[in-house]
Write a protein that binds this ligand. Structure first.
Ligand code: ADP
Length: 260
């Protein structure tokens, strides 16, 4: 079954990690994909890979990349202008672009705090603001990458966690306002996800084996998620399969929230 035939899906931060895995799943299920990423080289790499793997139909590409910093409104406006110019509609917005800031609060510089808020929170605001009028026309969906640390505490991550908690709260409000127009708005909340970045990071720790064990033990299921497992949840929330789900913050956390 192809859940996204004839749909256009916009993925911010689609140039790597969970964004890339999701973009690939969307394309495999028939979607036209717009990858908005400030890393143009990586965004183009993913778009080319998707165009080769899943050739577009009716003379259209399967995927395009638009270079954009989601914290800049002019860039965001350009993403939507280019998406409409190529594909003519937007059915799904997947807000995935984010930056991390793993430091204790007293070690965070004011400029660093402002930047993480600008990308992770204001970026989602700007993308939603531009997307909502278009999604009302297609009765589309918004999925936003939050995090388990938007729901429960996490050590040494206060600024990032604050943005993720705010995204969840904002999504619930937007879900209420957009419901009458048939637009659903949901968040996914992963715990550990084994991306290349996390693999590199564990390898650089003093005792990589012990760090990996700790990471595994955080999750009731005994390991972090794969990017593909998180992507499956994103596609579920973006698709008609979750037609009666809105305003949810879905843990995709291998039971990390359950306690120990
Ligand atoms: P994860 O492991 O959670 O998938 P990554 O760091 O691999 O995280 O992916 C985040 C993506 O978001 C990257 O492709 C990165 O270039 C992109 N990104 C980060 N900040 C911005 C921004 N301000 N605008 C657009 N894309 C961004």
């Amino acid at each position: 079954m192809r859940r996204f035939d004839g749909k256009t899906v916009l993925v911010t931060g689609g140039g790597s990690g969970i964004g890339e895995a999701s973009a690939e799943r969307f394309a495999a299920e028939g979607a036209s994909v717009v990858i908005a990423d400030w890393n143009e080289a990586e965004g183009l790499r993913v778009a080319e890979r998707l165009n080769a793997a899943f050739p577009g139909e009716s003379g259209l590409p399967r995927a395009v990349c638009v270079r954009a910093d989601v914290s800049r409104s002019a860039d965001v406006a350009d993403v939507f202008a280019q998406s409409l110019a190529v594909f003519g509609q937007v059915d799904v917005l997947f807000n995935n672009a984010a930056v991390i800031l793993p430091k204790r609060l007293e070690d965070i510089e004011e400029t660093e705090f402002d930047r993480v808020v600008a990308v992770n929170l204001k970026g989602v605001f700007l993308m939603m603001k531009h997307a909502l009028p278009l999604l009302k026309a297609t009765r589309g969906t918004i999925v936003t990458m939050a995090s388990l640390n938007g729901l429960v505490g996490q050590k040494q991550n206060p600024a990032y966690a604050a943005t993720k908690g705010a995204i969840i709260a904002m999504s619930k409000s937007v879900a209420l306002d957009a419901a009458a127009d048939g637009v659903r708005v949901n968040c996914v909340c992963p715990a550990g996800v084994m991306t290349p970045l996390l693999r590199d990071w564990t390898g650089r720790q003093e005792d990589p084996a012990a760090t990996l064990q700790e990471l595994n033990d955080m999750h009731a299921l005994g390991r972090p998620a794969t990017p593909e497992e998180v992507a499956e949840a994103v596609l579920f929330l973006a698709s008609g399969q979750s037609g009666f789900v809105t305003g949810a913050a879905l843990p995709v956390d291998g039971g990390a929230m359950l306690g120990y």
